[in-house]
Design a binder for this molecule. Structure first.
Ligand code: ASP
Length: 609
């Protein structure tokens, strides 16, 4: 036996009917999308997962007409009738079913519905809270239904590519011990072991490495990961990764696999052909040229380091910053001369909100002796300096030049953020472009103040840039402890249009190097034994060299769908404060159950929202 395509209660999907069905008697079922009641005749648009069909009830079938008078938006109906061509002039080109209609002979109400809390339309102006509270209604909207379909399609392609390449789907536990990825853990107290707790995995990292010890060689999983972070920007406490790991391979295998996979996803889901391979750019180069470790390569506006140009400058701020080892970084904004004084001031305020002391700017103007810079600072600049600014930034007549100064990373990051903000504001980012790149050779360690979780820092203030299982670049194998600020890691990110889609690395597969990294991070051998003893023990039984990566599915699908938030591509997401307005989770817990867990909840602090 096999299941019928549309279920036993109907013969066709509403959206599948075409002129070729004219004359056939069919039964369809779905929701009332819209209705127009003209008294003598009533028109209903019936919606199901396959699309929309116009149904006509007229006095020839009086019972059907009577029922059609009664029904309201979003009632669930089953309708039998005859498919017929629409009269001349009534064809709706926009609808795939637009050449036909269904002349109803019977209209059966399967369920009545209250008036929906908001219209089922693509563009609606209602609060996200209301949409999430009634997510089941929200998901009827075409846009969200399409997003979920594209998500499922993406996952199907992923599974196919992984299986084709010999990767095996293995599930790893959700109730487990902490896996460090730089966030806080969600804890699940144990009833059977009072006083003890499971942690939800921040990723399957440790298990996938142990699967390599186990000889699986090629593992993948569509894995849910849990990270208890302050929900800044567009994060979810639980999110989905394609998690994968491979043995006896290295960076090149991961690059090739991901390029094949993304190529196939984009071809199939968007009909877009990606290049065979993605450009690779080192972390250092990305920071220098774009002021970001996730460079948006859809537009130029590259940063220029003006340390050389201003080496002997009389511009006080630049001189001070450069003599203190900082950087002066500039970028040219095409046609930025159009900006008003007020707009320049607003960008200066923008920079101050990000901790800058200010933002210098100038406009390139034509002159008899060639282009010059009109700027509050230009009277302090020599002609050579101005020429240097123009040649380093590539600014032309009519462009604006912005200058940021400060400690090197700060100045670069500030100007990198300005680059993106200006390009967005001025509409300089071309639509429909997909610029992938690999960002490689990142630092092995970051100063804790740049990290998500400074509490994880060692005594000298270093935290891992990726995670503590990432291999150092071979030239730092012996002495990363002595030069932590220089050491690079065998790690890589995939960046698309300025969004980080995946991080991964070649792993440490030498128990001694692993211990040294953990020790350097301030994790004593006893602590390591306590926290990751199972991994280190596993490594004693023969571990192959291995590498892996984990693309974030929510972000990938968000970009494919052209959405700006991952919440639009998750069926039941949580709000920015980690709440679900539909289920009202998280919720106070039953006292008895808490007692069994040996727990008592502290009184709820007053909530801001
Ligand atoms: N476990 C890592 C993460 O979640 C990815 C990886 O290294 O494979 O970022």
């Amino acid at each position: 036996m096999s299941i019928t395509p549309y279920g036993a209660q109907r013969t066709h999907g509403a959206g599948t009917l075409r002129s070729e069905h004219a004359g056939e008697t069919v039964t369809v079922a779905g929701w009332v999308d819209t209705r127009r009641d003209h008294g003598g005749v009533a028109f209903l648009d019936l919606r199901d997962r396959t699309g929309i069909l116009q149904v006509v009830a007229d006095p020839e079938a009086s019972d059907a007409l009577e029922a059609a008078h009664r029904v309201r938006s979003e009632w669930v109906l089953r309708i039998t009738g005859t498919v017929r061509e629409r009269p001349e002039g009534m064809v709706n080109e926009k609808l795939p079913t637009g050449s036909i209609e269904l002349a109803a002979t019977s209209v059966e109400v399967l369920s009545a519905a209250e008036t929906p809390p908001f219209p089922i339309e693509d563009e609606i102006d209602v609060s996200e809270e209301l949409r999430l509270r009634h997510r089941y209604v929200d998901l009827r909207r075409n846009r969200l239904a399409r997003n979920l379909r594209m998500r499922a399609q993406t996952l199907a392609v992923i599974r196919r590519v992984m299986e084709r390449n010999g990767f095996m789907d293995v599930e790893t536990p959700v109730l487990t011990r902490p896996t460090p990825e730089g966030a806080r853990d969600f804890l699940v107290p144990s009833r059977l072991q009072p006083g003890e707790s499971y942690a939800l995995p921040q990723s399957p990292q440790l298990f996938k490495q142990l699967l390599m010890v186990a000889g699986i060689e090629r593992y993948y999983q569509i894995a849910r990961c849990f990270r208890d972070e302050n929900l800044r920007a567009d994060r979810q406490p639980e999110f989905t990764q394609l998690d994968l790991e491979l043995s006896f391979g290295d960076e090149e295998d991961v690059y090739a696999l991901m390029e094949e996979m993304f190529g196939e996803i984009f071809a199939e889901v968007l009909d877009v052909t990606l290049p065979e391979s993605f450009p690779r750019i080192t972390f250092e180069e990305a920071m220098r040229r774009f002021g970001s470790d996730k460079p948006d390569l859809r537009f130029a506006m590259e940063l220029a380091d003006l340390g050389g140009v201003f080496a002997d400058t009389e511009v006080g701020v630049f001189k001070g910053v450069l003599s203190g080892g900082g950087a002066v970084v500039a970028l040219a904004l095409p046609s930025g001369g159009e900006l008003t004084r007020r707009e320049f001031d607003e960008w200066t305020e923008w920079a101050k909100r990000r901790g800058a002391k200010g933002l210098a700017w100038g406009v390139v103007e034509g002159g008899d002796d060639g282009p010059t810079l009109r700027s509050p600072l230009s009277k302090f600049m020599s002609a050579e300096e101005i020429a240097g600014v123009l040649s380093e930034t590539g600014a032309e007549v009519g462009d604006a030049v912005f200058f940021g100064a400060g400690p090197v990373t700060f100045a670069r990051t500030l100007m990198g953020a300005l680059r993106v903000a200006l390009a967005e504001e001025r509409g300089l980012i071309p639509e429909g472009r997909w610029e992938f790149c690999w960002v490689v050779e990142p630092p092995m360690f970051d100063p804790a103040d740049e990290s998500d979780d400074p509490t994880a820092a060692n005594a000298e203030g270093w935290v891992p840039n990726h995670h503590p299982f990432t291999a150092p670049a071979p030239e730092f194998d012996d002495d990363f402890e002595q030069r932590p600020g220089e050491a690079t890691a065998r790690a890589y990110d995939i960046v698309l249009n300025g969004v980080e889609l995946a991080s991964g690395s070649v792993r440490i597969h030498d128990a001694e190097v692993q211990r040294r990294v953990l020790r350097f991070l301030g994790i004593s051998d006893e602590d390591a034994e306590e926290k990751f003893g199972f991994l280190l023990r596993g490594f004693r039984y023969g571990v192959p060299p291995h590498a892996g990566i984990a693309p974030g599915i929510d972000r990938v699908v968000m970009l494919l769908c052209g959405e700006r938030s991952i919440r639009e591509v998750i069926a039941f997401p949580k709000t920015q404060t980690g709440a679900d307005p539909m289920t009202d989770a998280p919720a106070p817990y039953d006292e008895i159950a808490l007692g069994e867990l040996g727990l008592r909840l502290a009184p709820k602090p007053s909530r801001k929202n």
